[in-house]
Design a protein around this ligand. Structure first.
Ligand code: TRP
Length: 449
């Protein structure tokens, strides 16, 4: 017996919310520095292949599980394949979401401090070394880190408390178009800077000698992170899709927009880095240390920096909303809880992880898990274990264990549309390419590559 639940109000709203989940710090903060570190165009090429061969098929498999049952993973697997042990992975997804959102919201906290400092004018007017010191001082001061993280989580849960349509969907409908407009304005601005072409060359010229197996595995992890795969996020969101949404078209649109934002972010950052003669291989600090240096050399720098951190804030909150929705929907589905109760439990658990990660550069810096502090440990296991392995498990589940009729039904909306080559393509990728990817990753981690 299927219960009717309130889903997204419109197809466009569902797409906006899913793009909101996909577009986040992963695109604007992580993708540019990873491309910079791994051979520019060579990395982008491998990344695009990962999106087409793994990302879209795995996104489709999450959509098929969620939309066919309108349930989160555990109930969905029970309904689709009764008795299947794959339902265990629903717990892995929920745990993954709690841990990922825990450290992700610390970075979102930094974004709010930078936004605040941009607005009151204190961010600009320093030397590049001072920016390094400022960032160090922020992460090293427990009160500041914790406070901003808590403020961010409060906003996150306020939106979630308004529900799927009035909270999640409405927020995405407003923020996503604004984000695209801002990003395009930033791109044009960067391209007009003197010497910008050197940055474009750095970003797009394929340097295969700098790629290596590390670059390949990084690109795979980045595709999973960026498309929100592997921790049942897209199963959760698609359980709120209407039966008339077109899964394949929507998956392609969402992946294309997500990839576009990543590449546009690279176009915002590298031309400016080269134009101002800064160091492109700055790694994770790229946006926090390099960008303020750039903004302050630009006319109207204060406005640019406020707008940039607003953009980053929009991108990040629509992502944490989707991560938080995983445990919330899970508890509502499995334990028949009210939304408020599920939200409070999720908030308590997530805030605990977030505070521990926020303190891991200061008070708790001596606490090491496998040689890493808490934040770095979560940043490692999140993408590399939960997302990658979770995504690949989903691939195998749908590719090998789900009845073909169910897949066909979902791809064609019950026979209304044709699926032509789509179904064999997806099944081929899920059955053959995903396992090869697992083997590459495994060999890489065991040091054979
Ligand atoms: N995709 C987001 C980003 O690029 C992060 C994210 C949001 C995510 N929801 C997720 C990652 C679910 C994995 C699973 O920043």
């Amino acid at each position: 017996m299927k219960e009717k639940r309130t889903g997204f109000a419109t197809r466009l709203g569902a797409i906006a919310a899913t793009v909101g989940s996909a577009v986040g710090l992963g695109n604007i903060w992580r993708f540019p520095y990873q491309a910079g570190d791994n051979g520019g165009g060579a990395y982008i090429l491998v990344y695009l292949l990962c999106v087409v061969l793994l990302g879209i098929p795995i996104m489709m498999s999450e959509f098929i599980i969620g939309r066919s049952t309108h349930k989160s993973m555990k109930g969905a697997v029970q309904e689709l394949t009764p008795g299947s042990p794959f339902k265990i992975f629903s717990y892995v997804g929920v745990l993954g979401a709690l841990l990922i959102c825990g450290y992700y919201s610390v970075v979102c906290g930094w974004v709010i401090e930078y936004l605040w400092n941009s607005a009151d004018g204190s961010l600009l007017g320093h030397t590049p070394e001072q920016y390094g010191d400022m960032f160090g001082a922020l992460v090293g001061t427990p009160q500041r880190c914790v406070l901003w993280t808590l403020l961010f989580l409060l906003l996150n849960f306020l939106v979630l408390s308004r529900g799927i349509q009035k909270g999640v969907e409405r927020m995405a409908n407003i923020m996503m178009p604004l984000l695209f407009i801002l990003l395009i304005v930033f791109c044009v601005n960067s391209l007009l800077l003197p010497g910008s072409m050197k940055g474009m060359d750095f970003l797009f010229n394929p340097k295969f000698e700098d790629l290596g197996w590390k670059g390949v595995v990084d690109a795979m992890g980045q595709a999973f992170m960026s498309l929100s795969l592997g921790v049942t996020c897209l199963i959760t969101y698609s359980s709120y899709f209407n039966d008339d949404s077109r899964l394949m078209k929507d998956a392609v649109t969402i992946s294309a927009l997500d990839t576009l934002v990543a590449i546009l972010s690279g176009i915002v950052i590298f031309p400016a880095v080269f134009s101002f003669g800064l160091e492109p291989n700055a790694g994770p600090k790229l946006i926090f240390e390099i960008l303020p240096t750039i903004f302050q050399q630009m006319p109207g720098g204060v406005i640019w920096s406020v707008l940039f951190f607003v953009l980053l804030f929009f991108a990040s909150i629509t992502s944490t909303i989707s991560l938080s929705e995983i445990p919330i929907t899970f508890m509502i589905d499995e334990y028949k809880m009210s939304r408020v109760k599920a939200l409070i439990i999720t908030a308590v658990l997530m805030t605990t992880v977030a505070v521990l990660s926020a303190l891991s550069f200061s008070t708790l810096s001596d606490v090491k898990l496998f040689g890493k502090n808490i934040f770095d440990f979560l940043d490692y296991v999140g993408p590399n274990i939960f997302m990658l392995l979770g995504g690949l498990v989903t691939a195998i589940y749908v590719g090998c264990f789900l009845k073909k009729e169910i897949i066909h039904n979902q791809l064609t909306n019950g026979g209304k549309y044709r699926s032509s080559f789509v179904q064999p393509y997806i099944i081929f990728c899920l059955r053959f390419i995903a396992p090869v990817a697992i083997i590459i990753i495994f060999l890489y981690y065991t040091g054979i590559f």
